[in-house]
Design a protein around this ligand. Sequence first.
Ligand code: MN
Length: 745
Amino acid sequence: MDLAHTRYEELEQHILKINPAADTGRIRAAFEYADNHHGPQLRKSGEPYIIHPIAVAEIINELELDQDSIIAALLHDCIEDTDSTHDEIARLFGAQVADLVEGVTKLTRMQYTSREDEQMENLRKMFMAMAKDVRVILIKLCDRLHNMRTLQYQSDAKQKEKSLETMEVYAPIAHRLGMQKLKWELEDLSLKYLDPVGYHDVEQALRDLTTENSEFLERMQKQIEERLRADGLQCTVYGRLKHLYSIYRKMYAQNKTIKEIFDIYAFRVMVDDIPSCYNVLGCVHDMFKPVLGRFKDYIGTPKPNGYQSLHTTVVGREGIPFEIQIRTWQMHQTAEYGVAAHWKYKQGMANQNLGTEREFEWVRKLLESQQDADPDEFVRTLRVDMFSDEVFVFTPNGDVKSLPAGATPIDFAYSIHSAVGNSMTGARVNGRIVTFETPLKNGDIVEIITSKNAHGPSRDWMKICKSNEARNKIRQWFKKERREENIATGRAMFETELKHAGLSIAAITATSDLTDTLLRRVRFGSLDELYAAIGYGGMSAQKAVGRMKEELTRLGRLERQRAEQEALRTAATTGEAIFPAGKAGAAPKPRHSDNGIIVEGLDNCMVKFSKCCTPVPGDPVVGFITKGYGVSIHRQDCPNADPSRRKPEEAGRWVKVAWAQAGEDAHFRTSLEISAKDRDGLTLDVAMALSAQKVRLNNISARSQPDGYAMVNLEMSVKDKAELSAVINKLSAVPGVFLVRRAGG
Ligand code: MN
């Protein structure tokens, strides 16, 4: 058997290990097809060319992607490098595979000349948008990974060029898709060629360090594991060295020696659920001394690519600092494989909690639409572009512009400058004259033809263009250039709209007070200003009339209510009218109730604790009978339950309630808001204070205020008000905290 076939047989074994039901007939056919087409072509390494696509298919298989992706990986260079065509591949392997191969080919042909930083960002987005199907990007990333792994056979110039491209385009895309493992390897490989001396320095330093502290990883891992087990926490602990490029960046960019870097060693603790994450945190901070200012809660505040974890750095007895990352298994899958993790979930890891995880918004949406769908349906949904709301085009100079999807040459012209838009007389796309309505496509080169004698924009352009930027600039032009005309057009439009609404101009101009009130409602100082705004399109006549009509109705209703209240006040003898079912002072007696609350006059009714004030046992409470959601329980001091703000027509819905005797392990959700002087370690100290009180923490999020203060929001479960008061006292004692208050109080 030749080398190619040996490698293929290995691949097939690996595929069957992951998916025993794989259609090896189809996969083998793809291999044979690619092998025949690449024929005697050789790689720079001297190996037959086909070894490369097999290797790419191996990586795709390790990511556990679907079968079409594996087949497309085997065929990925056929269109580019042989006489194979999209149609032929479609006929033999199906349209999906052909589309994937063609997508990869398009990305291969994309030019990445070195550009400025802000251009790089648009270039990366264009790359992703052009792919349409996320699997195309994954295949292209794996293709690049294998090329980087075998880069030693290329010329020096080629090595530098490919490494730079990998560092600036491919690694950030892997990062954006949340694929940390792939990103790290791409970065380490690129660094090797971009700064060989620095790379070997770090490598050597790391080697020295690990010989010095051999067994450190193993010993620590054991120690952490044993302690957590002893505390009854189900977990798995891994120890590792951080990847080379991240250490390199710290040593060179931040000018530190390897001993000054805190997180050469990193441990990961994997647990089953989020509350356990915080429990583990409390535990490791008890074991080791935490380093101030190094605690980060990416569970409460996930990174934009969906990454979630708790991070903290601690110092062990040997004085060696190390980082600990704490996360659930599901967060771990997402962190390592990102977007590719979905296929893993598909293949058995169960669908638990998929909807609640905060990921890329679009990935989350995919998952939601995904819960009952079959795998084919899933792949089809993945075709939805990630940037379906954006399109990326080039200026004649090669700058990349991002515009809203469906954008036209008008949008493009105004995105350059309003003067360009206002003097536009024509447009060329990819060298050909087009109409102003033509939608632009990803990768188009757009050129605007202008003239000093242009008449300026037409009103129709506002309907054609897609971006607010263009629309605003056109409006601006009309506002300035055509005031008289705008007032006349606007007035006519306004009066027509009034007629539609069954009103006359007299209803609005009855008194000057009324006119002023109505104009204030639409935020204009005079009728002329309003007309001018309608005329140039700053406000629609429909909206203006709609708001004024609303205001007229409201004024009428106010008048009626004033009359009704007058009548009520005469009828009611005491303030008790708002508790019609109860007698003064006679709160219902405590007895058992399943939901912790007894509602007077109603047995075991549906109860919910209002989110605005999150009452807990011990708080004086009052109930409100909602339409269809049972009784909602508010604290008596909740602004929403304030008797002076209750609507008279709802007086009968407010009922007396009392706390029932709660069960031993009953607990109630409530929230606190902490104001504090912003400082390093604030969130950590808050978390530690809670951990010391053994509070069940459901969520913690902190944000810095511009004035040097910070707000920390907590959601937790407590038994009753006594426990909550203890927690508040404890939190008030945290240095820097000057106010702890309950939400809605
Ligand atoms: Mn390739």
